[in-house]
Design a protein around this ligand. Sequence first.
Ligand code: SAH
Length: 233
Amino acid sequence: MNKIGIIGAMEIEVETLKSHMQITNTLERASMNFLEGLLHDIPVVIVRSGIGKVNAGMCVQILADVFQVTHVINTGVAGSLNAVIDIGDIVISTDTLYHDVDATGFGYPLGEIPQLGTLNFTADAAMVAQAKASCEIVNPDIKVFEGRIVSGDQFVSNPHVKDTILKNFPGSFCTEMEGAAIAHAAWLNHIPFVIIRAISDKADDSAHMDYPAFEKAAAEHSARLVEHLIQQL
Ligand code: SAH
């Protein structure tokens, strides 16, 4: 039977989902509160991981070890890296990678962790397809894109940093701070995953203004999609 781990880095990304679930068990681990129960009769564990790669990776490991989740979904907000992808639109990960990892001195491609054997982490194709279908049902007025999501321990709000990321990883769709770490930890544990992000800003010098203005609405777009998606897996 499915048990779906749902992670948001911030409370705003999971608060609506939490308010809709029937909680049967709560557990605090690594300063994170895991809520286990049913969301529309589907077994879920919902948790706020905290921001950044370490929090995100640890959170997945606890979902794997303690709760034995069968799927991992990350819901949240991100900065767009593509002029076509606007604030409020949704990006579903085809794959993810770290834009801030550099072991090129040993001959590894930029972004690849030495000895891991992969540069990127591929999302589960069925979850990606279903997430897109769910988005078209619950958010019919919102544009949805499937593509690469890049992560790093950086809030990208400088156009030069954005340009560098795009020069290093052409064609990336959006950037955030947890997705690749969630994907990495899920991949190590052989758990299918998908990262779902609604755009809160353009990851440039308008991000300081746009992010606070659009964070809440974007987080809700993504969460609404997740609520439908879990019922289709
Ligand atoms: N509002 C928070 C900080 C948010 S950090 C505070 O003031 O404490 C940004 C969060 O949104 C991260 O979880 C990240 O995954 C995502 N995000 C949105 N836009 C981003 C951008 N332009 N660059 C990096 N992460 C971004």
